[in-house]
Structure formats: C-alpha cells, structure tokens
Ligand binder design. Structure first.
Ligand code: AMP
Ligand code: MG
Length: 415
C-alpha cells in the first residue's frame, strides 16, 4: 500500500500539458496561458488626471493657501474622451476631469475642492507638487515588460489586464478530454426508473462537474455493467480521451473487475491502494502515455480521491504552475477519536470566530453518505499517526466549494 505522498509522486509525472491553441480573450476565462505575455504599450498610455479639478504647473501655485489663494486664468478644458487640450501656458490653469489627458506643460492637478471658480479665473487654495493627482504614462505597466507568465490562470483580473492592453487573442494550453467510465450493474442514469436494488449513477454527475470546475473537458460515458467484456469494450472507447477515470470495481470483490480489464487491455499497473480514508482502493495505471485512474465507487471516496489526487494532476496537465491546494490552519471545534494508520480526509464546516478559524467535523463521515457533503466548506486533513484529537487542536484543512460565507455581512459591520 502506498502513502499519500508516494501515490501523488507516481501520478504527477504522468500528466503534462498538451498542445496550445489561440482563443479569443472573450472565451479564455478559466484557461491557462501557454506563453508569457508582455505589455504592448505603456499603461496608462498618456498622462491623465486622477481627479476632477484644474491642471496646473506646480510652480505656479507654490505657497497657495486658503488665506492667500493664487489666481490663475482658466484656458480650455480636458475631459475623458474629449479633444486633446492645448499646451498649458505659465500662469494659467486648464479645467480637467478624471481620466482626461493632461495638457502638455502641466505637471499637477489641484482638486476641485481646493479651488474657487470665478468666471474665467480660478483661485487655488492649496499648493501642489509635481505629479500630484496625475496618473503618469507607464506608471502602472511599462511597454514590453512581462505582465503575465505562462501557467497563469485567466480570471477576471487577468482578463481585465489583457483587455486594457488591447490583447484580443491569447495562447492557452489545450483542455484535456477526460473520460468518465462508471462500472456497476446497479447503476442507472438520471431520470431512469429505479427497480429495487438499482441506484442512480450519481458519481458521473458529480465528477463531470468537478472536471468542469477545474477546466478540463469531461467526457461522461454510459456506465458499463459488471462484465469483463463490456468493461473492456467501454475502456477501449474511453482510451480515446487524454485521461481515463474509472469509477467503482476497484476493490477486492468478485465483481471488481477493473484490474483484470486493465490487464487484458495492456494497461500497465502503477499502484493499487493508498493509506487514505476514504479512498483506499485508488488505482493508477497507464496505457502508453494515457493516464488511467481508478477511483472507488463510493460517492464520497470518489470525490475525495478526485480532490486529493486527480485534481492536482489535471491542473498540472492544464499548465497550471501552482496545481497544489495549500491548506489553511484551523482549530478543531470538538474532540475526535479515530483509529490511526491512514490519512483521513474529513468533511467539515469552517467558520471564523474573532481572529481564528474553527472547523466542525460532520457527525457522519461514512463514505456512502451523499447527504454528508451538503454545507461542507472544508476538508480537514488528519495525519496518519494521530488518533486522539482534542478540541482546540490545530489541523490542516483545504477550503472546499464556496469557502467561508455567512448570512451576515462583514462589510455591513464596517463604518
Ligand atoms: P464499488 O467500488 O464498485 O465496489 O462500489 C462501492 C459502492 O459505491 C457501492 O455501494 C456502489 O453501489 C456504489 N457506487 C459505485 N459506483 C457508483 C456510481 N457511479 N454512483 C453512485 N454510487 C456508486
Ligand atoms: Mg461495483
């Protein structure tokens, strides 16, 4: 039996990015850049005002104060999107608005609140300094500098940066196609009539969404019954994908036929069984360069195996330069007694109280309980050697789902 570390270490090298493709920025959200991106131009691309007020020469308003204002004549205006203002002459001011180009010759903006307008004149009540309230050309991004590295996931902030640089197409790694093959005579698809003894193939729906959330393309296949020829036939078509995930049939029962099917199809065994709970029967194999992962059929085991082992591998395959989730530290709300020996991944609810994070483990930790995932926002990772955990003990946890949310607004508590 493998340790968690050994299992991951033998899986990760089997996953490498596929090719790259160019896509429009408008459909690039969630994808990973396959190339570094450099700025096309300075941003801002022209000196502009950060405030509504008057563009001046700082030297013209030196010493200005409320009791001794300095009077300048107002020449023209500059507004965002308007015509370019003409050169500012010494001793004059130009009316200016946020985002508007600075006139040549001006080097500071006096905010409207520090001025008094009188017809063609403005009284300046505050001295200024060179560059004040001016967004200088290139102060955010300099032309030709590296703005995003290959391996970065494109989220709204990154999309905004690229859009601001007028970059309409980007090179991203291809999305791997990941086949999902469920096995089991008892499995029915959503909407089928359930005769006694049969169940809905819930795993295929769960893992389809987990794959989608990661950014790969799920290829859900019809479930195969527990018969060797049918599993083999289904596996052959699954092997057309870039990665194959089988679900169920990896334990030691007579109807657990996955290993035999792998053997018959020349799928090279990697490992079978990991010291983790749930998810012990996890299997990893390869068909040529195609990774084949067998996750247990128990719904919770399938999800946990996916999160711990499959997700980092697929992120790496997507080109993610940081494929591994980093745990947070939180205090156990209640004591927990368990048999040591395996790493345990426990469903929990994390809450913030004052300066600390607490995790409350679900009462039910059985690997068949579908209802036990509702409301879960953290997976607590209990090390193999720890059997007795006390309330208040610090544990590692990875955030899950929507993270830490509440019915109460934190912002509403702010002044
Ligand atoms: P197995 O890993 O095939 O021994 O299945 C373990 C348990 O998980 C059994 O109770 C199965 O009925 C159940 N199971 C297997 N595959 C699925 C699936 N795709 N969706 C929901 N439950 C499943
Ligand atoms: Mg089965």
């Amino acid at each position: 039996m493998q340790s968690v570390a050994e299992a991951l270490a033998s899986m990760m090298p089997a996953f490498s990015p596929l090719g790259e493709e160019e896509v429009p920025l408008t459909s690039a959200a969630g994808r990973y850049l396959s190339r570094d991106i450099h700025a096309r131009f300075d941003s801002p691309s022209f000196n502009n005002s950060a405030m509504d007020g008057y563009a001046v020469r700082a030297e013209d308003v030196e010493g200005a104060e409320k009791a001794a204002p300095i009077r300048l004549s107002v020449h023209g205006e500059s507004r965002a999107g308007g015509p370019l203002p003409s050169m500012l002459q010494p001793g004059t001011a130009c009316r200016i608005f946020t985002g508007a180009p600075m006139p040549k010759g001006a080097n500071a903006v006096v905010i409207q609140e520090d001025t008094g307008r009188d017809g063609d004149w403005v009284d300046v009540f505050e001295a200024s300094t060179v560059g004040k309230h001016v967004r200088a050309q290139g102060s955010d991004v300099r032309a030709d500098t590296l703005i995003l590295k290959a391996g970065t996931r494109l989220l709204p902030g990154e999309i905004g940066l690229l859009a601001s640089q007028n970059i309409a197409r980007v090179s991203v790694y291809e999305r791997p196609r990941v086949a999902l093959l469920s096995t089991g005579d008892e499995l029915r698809k959503l909407g089928d009539t359930l005769e006694p003894g049969s169940i809905i193939n819930s795993n295929v729906y769960v893992l389809t969404e987990m794959l989608r959330a990661i950014g790969v393309t799920p290829v859900p296949l019809p479930a195969a019954p527990d018969s060797l020829p049918e599993i083999e036939a289904a596996l052959e078509s699954a092997l057309e994908a870039d990665v194959v995930i089988t679900m169920g049939g990896v334990s030691v029962g007579e109807y657990d036929l996955i290993h035999e099917a792998f053997k018959n199809l020349g799928i090279e065994p990697g490992f079978w069984k990991v010291r983790i709970k749930p998810g012990k029967p996890l299997t990893f194999a390869k068909h040529g360069a195609t990774p084949v992962i067998g996750v247990p059929g128990n719904p919770i085991s399938a999800m946990v195996s996916f999160e711990v082992f499959v997700a980092p591998c697929l992120r790496k395959m997507l080109g993610d330069s940081e494929p591994h989730p980093q745990p947070i530290r939180a205090r156990l709300r209640e004591p927990y007694r368990r048999r040591p020996g395996r790493v345990e991944i426990a469903r929990a609810r994390a809450t913030r109280e004052g300066d600390e994070l607490f995790v409350t483990l679900n009462q039910r930790q059985g690997s068949g309980s579908m209802s036990s995932f509702v409301g879960v926002n953290a997976l607590v990772i209990l090390p193999a050697d720890r059997g007795e955990l006390e309330a208040g003990d610090l544990v590692d946890a990875i955030l899950w789902g929507s993270g830490i949310c509440s019915a109460d607004s934190f912002f509403e508590s702010l002044d």
